[in-house]
Design a protein around this ligand. Structure first.
Ligand SMILES: Nc1nc2c(ncn2[C@@H]2O[C@H](COP(=O)(O)OP(=O)(O)OP(=O)(O)O)[C@@H](O)[C@H]2O)c(=O)[nH]1
Length: 416
């Protein structure tokens, strides 16, 4: 029988309710969120990382294969540097594959989004580097190679608005620096004027792409966070309901004064055990306990002290119920019943005697009793349930034994 006052349970319930309040507060305010308060942010990042490992990692692997696939252009346009460009491309791909395999298995597993962002940045940087190695005007073809990388950054980093923005802006800055500081290849005057018009337009186009991507990533991330909050709220509500149901069950089956099972639960368990022992044809034993001269105890020590005495005796007896199916319950007033399924009469009587001795050993002062300490009288009955008998017969038999124990002078065990 679980303990109703389980501190751990009520602490957990308190924690769950606190989290529900925080989440409901955030959702009620109805604003878009790109950062949650405290631990919630950390939980969200863990969740996002998990999703990344499940879904986005495959997208990154696909992107890397595309990146490697473009090596045909290295050989086609690379001239003398074709091999060098291919080796660089190959090394970037291999490094990223290694990181994608190793990081999730390492202590950096929580930083997969950062790894992906760095990988995309590295790929973009490599293309900027390749532009330097491609001979003459052919290098302009590689400028366009930055577009798919930028688009890929928008897709792969859509769940992290900040990572997407940092990678995109950094790449654009590197590109502009390269434009400013690298030599322009000798071109015909016509081509030169086209390039002069085209380059600022290309940078502007890129900026617009980043702006559009930033807007989309912001919308996607805030909606992902919103969904996360709603799902988390649902999970917390379910957890809360589970605790409340458990607590309700405890309240309805526990006696509030003694903390052991109440009569309702006793009757339910007795009926179940009776049916089970009827099927298995094994003995079912009942130990009926009554505190001796308890009226005198109350009269002498007061009702409150009487309650404490009831509690202590009940708890001491409950500690003997070790096997599954054993149950110690308050039957009413100062009467208790212990159900012992699959227990033979001799074993039950032995256990009853141990319980009686343990109550004497509690040494609860009882000045008006001849033993000077609180004692109990115990009646024990056992039966192998039959179809034409009922658990009431067993109860009546235990009650008769208890009556005899009282008749024999109390503080003793009588077994049928
Ligand atoms: N403090 C307290 N006393 C209770 C409670 N329930 C029953 N009692 C008291 O238990 C006493 C039972 O008295 P009796 O039935 O006369 O039995 P007894 O004095 O124990 O005498 P014997 O059973 O013959 O040994 C009554 O005085 C009840 O008021 C309770 O929840 N708390």
């Amino acid at each position: 029988m679980p303990n109703i006052s389980s501190q751990q349970d009520s602490d957990t319930l308190k924690r769950v309710e606190e989290q529900i309040n925080i989440l409901s507060g955030i959702l009620d305010r109805g604003r878009q969120h790109l950062r949650f308060p405290g631990r919630l942010e950390q939980r969200y990042l863990e969740f996002r990382n998990q999703r990344f490992l499940e879904i986005d990692q495959k997208i990154i692997i696909g992107g890397l294969l595309f990146y490697l696939g473009f090596s045909w252009s290295d050989f086609y346009l690379g001239g003398d540097n074709a091999n060098l460009i291919f080796i660089c491309r190959f090394l970037v791909t291999i490094t990223m594959f290694c990181l994608l395999w190793w990081v999730p298995r390492s202590r950096f597993a929580a930083h997969m989004v950062t790894v992906a962002a760095s990988g995309i940045f590295l790929a973009g940087l490599s293309v900027i580097f390749f532009i330097q190695l491609i001979p003459d005007a052919l290098k302009y073809a590689y400028h366009l190679g930055l577009v798919p990388i930028q688009v890929f950054a928008l897709v792969a980093l859509r769940l992290s608005y900040r990572a997407m923005l940092v990678v995109s802006v950094s790449l654009l800055v590197c590109y502009v620096v390269m434009l400013l500081f690298s030599d322009t290849p000798p071109l015909s005057p016509e081509l030169n004027s086209i390039v002069e018009i085209f380059m600022p337009l290309f940078v502007l186009f890129w900026l617009l792409l980043i702006g559009m991507g930033a807007y989309l990533a912001y919308a996607i991330e805030s909606s992902a966070r919103n969904d996360y909050m709603k799902n988390r709220l649902l999970a917390l509500e379910a957890e809360r309901l589970q605790y409340l149901t458990r607590r309700l069950h405890l309240l309805s089956t526990t006696d509030s004064l003694t903390g052991i099972a109440n009569r309702r639960y006793l009757e339910e368990c007795l009926a179940n055990e009776w049916r089970r022992c009827l099927r298995s044809q094994t003995p079912l034993s009942l130990v009926m306990v009554d505190i001796d001269n308890f009226k005198d105890y109350n009269d002498h020590y007061g009702h409150q002290q009487g309650d404490r005495c009831l509690h202590d005796i009940a708890q001491a007896m409950a500690s003997f119920c070790q096997r599954p199916g054993d149950l110690c319950a308050r039957y009413g007033g100062e009467e208790f019943i212990i159900i012992l399924p699959d227990t033979a009469p001799g074993e039950a009587a032995y256990m009853a005697e141990k319980i009686r001795e343990s109550i004497v050993a509690l040494a609860i002062p009882h000045e008006t009793s001849e033993h000077l300490v609180a004692t109990i009288s115990v009646g024990v009955a056992s039966m192998i349930p039959q179809a034409d008998s009922s658990s009431d017969d067993l109860l009546r038999s235990a009650d008769r034994m208890l009556y005899q124990a009282k008749e024999q002078g109390r503080n003793c065990v009588v077994a049928a």
